[in-house]
Ligand binder design. Structure first.
Ligand code: HEC
Length: 102
């Protein structure tokens, strides 16, 4: 009886651990997407509406180029800077959050 009880408790801990693990990986990605969205809405709306990027259906490689180009414009006009991390978050959001258009 004791062994079964210990076994059950161990199983509960393992289950809780596995659930906690999957939860954090999911919300990590959700957090990255939320940050990317926020950056896009604040930084990419300075010169034009965010519909400009949201209307495009670029792949990751193209977004890397466009976002770098935009960050360059922003810096040249002294409108602030985007860190590499910030650019990465925006690209991640654009790649994952825009539904493909035909
Ligand atoms: C300093 C002002 C400025 C900021 C900030 C800015 N843009 Fe732009 N953007 C422009 C201008 C000017 C154009 C049109 C000329 C061109 O295409 O280079 C443009 C055009 C675009 C285009 C269409 C042209 C293409 O190459 O596909 C996209 C998409 C775009 N911007 C996305 C973004 C994103 C994403 C951000 C945020 C990372 C951003 N922009 C921030 C000035 C800006």
């Amino acid at each position: 009886m004791r062994k079964i009880l210990i076994g059950l408790i161990a199983l509960m801990f393992i289950t809780a651990f596995v659930i906690a693990q999957t939860d954090t990986t999911q919300s990590d990605e959700q957090q990255r997407l939320a940050k990317g969205k926020e950056l896009l809405e604040t930084k990419c709306s300075i010169c034009h509406s965010i519909q400009r990027p949201l209307n495009k259906n670029y792949d990751q490689q193209k977004w890397n180029k466009v976002v770098s180009k935009m960050a360059e414009k922003m810096k040249n006009k002294r409108l602030g800077e985007l860190t590499d991390e910030g650019k990465g978050l925006i690209v991640n959001y654009l790649v994952n959050a825009i539904p493909p258009k035909k």
